[in-house]
Design a protein. Sequence first.
Length: 232
Amino acid sequence: MVQVRTWWRVNRWLLLAVLLVALALYAGLKVLSTRAVASASQPVATVPVLVVTTPIAADSPVSPADVSVRQYPANLAPPGIYRGAVTGLWAAEALAPGEVLLQSQVFSPKSSDIIADRLPVGMVAFDLALPPSSTVDGVIAPGDHVTILATVNQVSEVFLSHVRVLGINGSLSGAPAAGAAEQLILALSLRDAEALAFAETHGTLSVVLERPGSPPSKTASYGPGWPAPPGG
C-alpha cells in the first residue's frame, strides 16, 4: 500500500498530462470529422455549358443536334464559355467532340452571305478559276494561304503572296477534289483584285500553297514583260 501511494505521488502529474493530451487529440479529431461531414453535405456549385457532341468543320453551321448541355463544377468551367442559343451560329474553327463551346469559336453572320461576312475589313472576295495542274491538285482548302505566280511573255514571277483562301468551289468548308478544276474564292484588297483581274487577261496564273505561318513574299505586281498596268 505504501508503494502504491509513493508511485501515485511520483507519477500523478505525468498521468494528468497524458490524459489532457488524449482529450485534446479527441477534441481535434471530432472537430475535423464534423467539418468533413459538413463539407461533404454541401452541394458543389455548377454552371451549364455547351459541349460539342459531333465533329463540326470550320466555317460551317452549328445545329442544336451538334451540342449538348452539361453541368460543370463552376471552378472547372473554362473562361469565355458560349452562353446563348445555338441556332444561327457558325463555327469559326474546326470543333471536336468533347470540347466546351467557347465564344471565340463561333460567330453569328451579320448577313445571309456567309462569304461576305467572313471577309476582313477592307477586303473583297475574288473568284479565281484554275485547272487542277495550276492549283496543287486537290490540296488547297479553305483557310489556307497561297502565293499566285504569273507568267507573261515566258517570264514568271511572284504576283501576289499570302493570299487567304476563303472557299473552294463556292463552299467555305468543302474539301478540294483531286483531278478537277477549282474555283478559289480569295480575300484581296480592292487594288490587288484589280491587279489580279488584269493579270488574268494578260498572262497565265498558277497558285502554290504556303506553309502555315510563312511571312509574305516580296512581290512585283507588274514586272518585266508585263503590258502597261491599268491606268498606266
